[in-house]
Design a protein around this ligand. Structure first.
Ligand code: NDP
Ligand code: 8X3
Length: 253
């Protein structure tokens, strides 16, 4: 029987690449995000390319009621979730603490922290019932080091790191694996979102080096999700070869 993955933030970047990778390996996919058209288009592509089942669910992870209504109403055939990837997230702005916008802070906390908590809380009962499951949380190098003008984004990713540790401890008794994957710079729509549509600023982030590709993260998630039952990668930091951590990236002039 095909396995099932539930991936949030599948309309773009890592989430889309994760859905494509797992679909190509014959997993059924629950794909989520706010942009319904993109989700439906991806669902059609995956179904026709790989002959698997795909369920597109358009909802905002930061809206508590929406999350629980959608997930609590999953039909039986979609409740056997083997892997949940909490990937939906964003940075909004890159500003000094005293200049940063409180609305941006709220958006990041509501999405990156509360959204991850809500989706986890809604999906975990299925895993407990099935006596198995794997939660993969997408953190960041920003979960490990705080950098200038990264204040609340870094705080939300530090929270993802802490929540992953907490889930791992508290869900041990249910045989649920918890993996945190912390990528460094990757060229997706991330910087375009962060800089609110400013393409020049977004592009400048990746000049002079080859950043990670979304497929690198998808392959890593797939590797972690396919280890033997008794093996779990708990915490994994992955950067492109040009990047050492949040502070040091070797860029060509
Ligand atoms: P993208 O902007 O390309 O993708 C972000 C995804 O998150 C989109 O599918 C978006 O869907 C979804 N999303 C954002 N807000 C919400 C929301 N409120 N409700 C539901 N879905 C939402 O960025 P990435 O693929 O790069 O980012 C994915 C994750 O990886 C994020 O958590 C990010 O912090 C993290 N990350 C990114 C790095 C990078 O350099 N790119 C490095 C390290 C970590 P939609 O807009 O349709 O809702
Ligand atoms: C995204 C990578 O360096 O912008 O999490 O924080 S960074």
């Amino acid at each position: 029987m095909n396995k099932t993955i539930f991936v949030t933030g599948a309309t773009s970047g890592f989430g889309k690449a994760i859905a494509e990778k797992f679909a190509a390996e014959k997993w059924n996919c629950i794909i989520t995000g706010r942009r319904k058209e993109r989700l439906n288009e991806l669902a059609q592509q995956l179904i026709s390319a790989y002959k698997i089942n795909v369920l597109p669910l358009a909802f905002d992870v930061s809206k508590k009621e929406e999350v629980f209504v959608v997930i609590n109403n999953l039909k039986d055939e979609w409740c056997n979730i083997d892997v949940l990837v909490n990937n939906a997230g964003l940075a909004a702005g890159r500003d000094l603490f005293d200049k940063a916008s409180i609305e941006d802070w709220d958006t990041m906390i509501d999405t990156n922290v509360k959204g991850l908590l809500y989706v986890s809380k809604a999906v975990i009962p299925f895993m407990i019932k099935n006596k198995k499951g794997h939660i993969i949380n997408i953190g960041s190098t920003a979960a490990k080091e705080v950098y200038k003008e990264g204040n609340v984004y870094c705080a939300t990713k530090h929270a993802v790191n802490a929540i992953s540790e907490a889930q791992r401890i508290d869900l041990l008794q249910h045989k649920i694996k918890v993996t945190a994957i912390h990528p460094g710079a990757a060229e997706t729509e991330f910087s375009l979102v962060r800089f609110k549509g400013d393409e020049e600023k977004a592009k400048a982030m990746y000049e002079g080096f080859e950043p990670l590709h979304a497929a690198d993260i998808a392959n890593t998630v797939f590797y972690c999700a396919n280890l033997p039952t008794h093996v779990c990668i708990n915490d994994l930091v992955i950067t492109c070869t040009a990047q050492a951590n949040s502070f040091y990236t070797y860029k060509k002039e």
